[in-house]
Design a protein around this ligand. Structure first.
Ligand SMILES: [Zn+2]
Length: 381
């Protein structure tokens, strides 16, 4: 076992090594092809997952969907997304109030999104913490729940110190090596104390586990239902301001509101750009969205037999601006349309786009993974 030098305790180091060794550890089999996927937009906090969420999430990960972004759409939904991002190393969160979730209290809800970001921090704020300290403690927490696991911890500790020594001795810099060992020992001890106290409370776990908020969303305009357009516009603009304040991209939900959506984006530039989620079947929106520097995330409807212009739409999106998503538990793609959707089904959407673009599904998987890491500013190690 080789432990990457920069992330001794990162659970996802397996992902990193698996990428460089043709997905040896985490594999997804689609026919005879092995690959990894990133679902750029899902709602695993939805009540449809209440009966088996804990069981199904690791299953999804082990099926090769090795990163997923759980999007908030209301105040409560945003808080639930944050909790999932704290609990699972490979889940990231977005926070925002969608146009379909605006109540008479919408202004207060939007203010609360600002408060949440202030309190929890963004992926950027928590990146240093994650890399340099909490990862060690997190790993200890994960491994240290039972006494038997202490042995594993000790073993890992030895391997880790050995690695540092090997590396630093080669550099003939023993002092640095010693310093590093002392720091790492401290962090490990901190974790051990938590174990020795017996059962780990949720509160303690939350102390060391940080939120991973990667965007403000889903936000936007939806004129499909008879809702107040003025509220929607104001809430959209206010949340763009919040995204700019925290240096985050946005995730856009737009339906039957092409012109107003584009107008708002032109009048209120988003510094970190963003994503049109659930790719709208509208040429104008895609063309203009791309011009504004946005990414387009394609969901299940591209596979629907009655989707008009699906091929044309897929081909309008260049590979370097394409993302894929499930929007689970909704919008299950063909051939599982009508069932509860989950991120594993992202493969059907990927396959459909690959067919339309006449390239391999591996190319789609790889490009969409990299694009999502880029726009959401996620480093998988
Ligand atoms: Zn959604």
């Amino acid at each position: 076992m080789t432990i990457p030098q920069t992330c001794f305790f990162r659970d996802s180091y397996k992902r990193l090594t698996s990428r460089s060794t043709n997905f040896k550890d985490v594999s997804f089999y689609y026919g005879r092809i092995e690959m990894e996927f990133l679902d750029s937009h899902c709602h695993l906090d939805d009540e449809k997952f209440d009966i088996d969420r804990e069981k199904v999430i690791p299953e999804i990960y082990n099926a090769g969907i090795t990163t997923f972004v759980n999007c908030g759409y209301s105040l409560h939904g945003s808080l639930r997304a944050i909790e999932l991002s704290k609990k699972y190393d490979y889940i990231y969160a977005t926070v925002g109030i969608s146009p379909n979730d605006l109540s008479t209290n919408w202004s207060k809800d939007v203010e609360n999104i600002d408060e949440i970001l202030k309190k929890e921090g963004t992926i950027q704020d928590n990146k240093i913490f994650q890399k340099e300290g909490a990862i060690q403690v997190e790993k200890v927490l994960q491994k240290g729940i039972t006494k038997q696991n202490k042995k594993i911890l000790q073993k890992d500790q030895v391997i880790q110190i050995d690695e540092v020594l090997k590396k630093e001795t080669l550099k003939q810099n023993k002092e640095v090596a010693q310093k590093k060992i002392i720091t790492q020992d401290k962090e490990l001890l901190q974790g051990k104390e938590i174990i020795d106290n017996g059962e780990i409370s949720q509160a303690k776990e939350n102390e060391v586990r940080k939120a991973k908020i990667v965007a403000v969303g889903e936000i936007g305009l939806d004129y499909h239902y008879d809702t107040d357009k003025e509220w929607q516009k104001q809430a959209f603009i206010k949340q763009i301001e919040i995204a700019n304040k925290y240096n985050l991209p946005i995730t856009i939900h737009t339906r039957d509101a092409v012109m107003d959506t584009l107008e708002i984006l032109k009048q209120n530039p988003v510094n970190k750009k963003g994503i049109f989620h659930c790719c709208p079947f509208n040429r104008e929106l895609i063309k203009e969205g791309l011009k504004l520097g946005f990414y387009i995330s394609v969901a299940g409807p591209i596979t629907f037999k009655n989707s008009k212009n699906a091929e044309e739409i897929a081909n309008l999106i260049p590979l370097d601006r394409l993302l894929i998503e499930t929007d689970s538990p909704y919008l299950a793609p063909e051939p599982v349309r009508g069932t509860r959707n989950d991120p594993r089904n992202v493969k059907y959407t990927a396959q459909k786009i690959a067919d339309f673009k006449n390239i391999s599904i591996e190319e789609i998987a790889k490009a969409t993974y990299q694009n999502a890491l880029k726009i959401y500013n996620i480093q998988v190690c």
